[in-house]
Design a protein around this ligand. Structure first.
Ligand code: SAM
Ligand code: SF4
Ligand code: SF4
Length: 341
């Protein structure tokens, strides 16, 4: 395998595959608007096209794939794609991030198809807060989805919770306890000023330091665990051995070790969550480019990569949402739900 590195010496290892830009929730921190402009259906990559592109990514170093969206379980026959990915021995880890509303229905077939792990996004255990935040009354279905994931045998399940001041900062301890009860490790994510987060404000971010302060007031001393890889979460342990994570993209960004690439459902490849432009791999694939040409393109783009979006933003004085609404309307590829979180 080639030893491809970008301009800052970072390899490419993780590929986040967005399989749809649609979603069945409307989280305030991701999709706060009343209406969205969707990607044209004909532009969506077929599973064959995705698999072909993934094969080229594995040749340059990718060995982990995360299926995401939008809500990935809205993509029809997703398990067919997962099965195709599971057949690729180069992929050591095939995970999915989902809001779990449809997980109960699909858990068994996903497991059978060869999905390794699921990460469930769940920010609150309070039905009213859930309704306010996600703007759908689906909390019970998320619980059922998590139960089903465990029942069919998924292990290493994570629960990702975006921490928002005044919304869920009173229930961090309960979330950790809930995670324990369903066999999942909770990770708190600092609320990010990504595309789509038009309601973002710095004073709504609950920093890593504040999260630790809140949790140690409740649980006593907290030990930080040593890091083993380039995963975005720092991990911690409570006195009783319970572990949890914090993804501090706002106050302590981790761009220096970022090995992640993102492919949208219509084949745009972004080398950073905050990147303004991407590379149109669909156009290459549909214009008859050879595997060699695709391979060369991946090398060319990654070798030139300098992105450190979150670090650059952390250095900004008057930080405001990344993109204005008019900009997002004109270019849906800027949206987190298109780009894949
Ligand atoms: N719909 C699926 C879900 O919610 O799990 C997958 C896609 S979603 C875009 C992926 C992740 O991005 C979710 O865990 C979500 O919480 C996170 N996310 C979206 N907007 C965010 C923001 N402004 N700040 C931090 N995390 C965000
Ligand atoms: Fe949908 Fe996930 Fe965005 Fe929530 S975070 S609106 S579930 S894509
Ligand atoms: Fe990677 Fe960009 Fe996120 Fe930094 S901001 S960790 S470079 S995706």
């Amino acid at each position: 395998m080639s030893k491809l590195s970008d301009r800052l010496g970072r390899p490419i290892r993780n590929l986040r595959l967005s399989v749809t830009d649609r979603c069945n929730l409307r989280c305030q921190y991701c999709m706060p608007e009343a209406e969205y402009r969707w990607l044209p259906k004909d532009d969506l990559l077929s599973f064959e096209e995705i698999a072909r592109i993934v094969d080229q990514f594995t040749k340059v170093g990718v060995d982990r794939v995360r299926i995401t969206g939008g809500e990935p379980l809205l993509r029809r026959q997703l398990s067919v794609l997962i099965q195709a990915l599971a057949e690729r021995a180069e992929l050591r880890d095939i995970a999915m991030t989902t809001n779990a509303v449809l997980l109960e229905k699909h858990a068994q077939e996903l497991k059978d198809a060869g999905l390794h792990r699921v990460t469930v996004s769940l920010d609150t255990l309070d039905p009213e807060t859930f309704q306010m935040l996600a703007r759908r009354d689906d909390l019970e279905r998320v619980h059922e989805g998590l139960r089903a994931a465990r029942e069919v045998g998924f292990e290493n399940t994570k629960i990702d919770a975006v921490a928002i001041r005044g919304v869920n900062d009173g229930e961090f301890a309960e979330l950790i306890g809930y995670g324990k009860s369903v066999g999942a490790e909770v990770r708190f994510i600092e609320y990010m000023d990504v595309g789509g987060a038009t309601r973002w404000r710095m004073d709504r971010v609950v920093s890593r330091a504040r999260i630790l302060e809140i949790l140690s007031a409740k649980f006593g001393s907290i030990r930080e665990l040593p890091r083993h890889d380039a995963a975005p979460a720092d991990r911690f342990e409570l006195k009783d051995g319970t572990t949890f994570g914090i993804i501090s993209s706002v106050t302590q960004p981790f761009c220096a070790t970022c090995d992640r690439a993102r492919l949208t459902a219509d084949g745009m490849w972004f080398t950073c969550l905050y990147a303004e432009t991407g590379t149109d791999l669909k156009q290459l694939v549909r214009s008859g480019a050879s595997d060699e040409a695709l391979h060369e393109k991946l090398i060319e783009v990654w070798a030139a990569r300098r992105d450190r979006g979150a670090e650059v933003r952390a250095g900004m004085k008057d930080r405001a949402p990344l993109a204005e609404l008019a900009n997002l309307r004109a270019n849906p590829h800027l949206e987190m739900h298109t780009r894949g979180g």
